[in-house]
Design a protein around this ligand. Structure first.
Ligand code: HPA
Length: 246
């Protein structure tokens, strides 16, 4: 049976209404995941949930053990992941509060463990990553948004930066020239690790601020938190639909 997991990002540290059946504390060859993986029932279906920054949002993007998280989900039999991410908007149509389902990635991170095979590399480990996101899950997210009359942008390149600081205006200008539509700190290596283990993976992105240099003034956490509070309600509606239609 197909098993769906939600990876929660900033603003989604818990799944409201989840009737928890089990808490899996998985130890992996790569260390510990961000916390116990919750298995529960929501909208009549089984779903797994893992907040990538930890239940209390204490793990910054560059310290997340992405390998342990993805390995643990795979160990539990998860074969589909919807990753929720708060991002900065770069492209004109990606203003704060807009939802988007990216279709490409550019990785600007460094020093993160990128694969499961660093110590045991053989030639067949060059995974195809031409299209980083699973098209079926992407379409399911878009359909769920449509069902709920929520506007959701189809496509756009997610630029993954190292963090935890936000970018400079010049960095965002360069990313825009590269073709990035949005910027976040956690999309990589999460997506490529899921691909390595054959887990279908897509991202539901909530734009929470204009990226650096694209609005008057500085980016404040207060603004971001305010946008998250409103936007996550819509994200949860969309997730509910995806869970129901499993
Ligand atoms: N940059 C990087 N990551 C982010 C941003 C941003 O502007 N907003 C939310 N996550």
């Amino acid at each position: 049976m197909a098993k769906l997991a939600i990876i929660g990002g900033t603003g989604l540290s818990a799944l409201d209404g989840l009737n928890i059946l089990e808490q899996h504390s998985v130890s992996t060859p790569f260390g510990s995941p961000s916390g116990a993986i919750l298995e529960g029932e929501l909208h009549g279906k089984t779903v797994f949930f893992l907040p990538r920054h930890g239940a209390k949002h204490t793990i910054p993007p560059h310290k997340i053990n992405y390998r342990a998280n993805i390995w643990a989900l795979h160990y539990l039999g998860v074969d589909r992941i919807v990753a929720v991410a708060a991002v900065g908007g770069i492209r004109d149509d990606l203003a704060p509060s807009v939802l988007a389902v990216p279709d490409q990635i550019i990785d600007y991170t460094y020093g993160r463990e990128q694969n499961f095979y660093s110590d045991d590399f053989t030639s067949d480990k060059h995974i195809d990553f031409s299209y980083p996101y699973d098209e079926n899950i992407r379409q399911q997210l878009l359909q769920s948004a449509l069902n709920n009359k929520i506007m959701m942008v189809d496509g756009g390149t997610y630029g993954a930066t190292q963090g935890p600081r936000l970018e400079s205006a010049a960095e965002i200008k360069r990313m825009a020239q590269d073709g990035c539509a949005m910027v976040g700190m956690t999309g990589m290596p999460e997506a490529t690790l899921a691909r390595e283990l054959n887990i279908a993976y897509a991202t539901c992105a909530l734009i929470v601020n204009w990226a650096a240099g694209l609005s008057d003034g500085l980016i404040t956490m207060a603004q971001i938190e305010q946008t998250i509070a409103g936007g996550m309600t819509q994200v949860k509606q969309i997730l509910a639909d995806v869970i129901r239609s499993q």
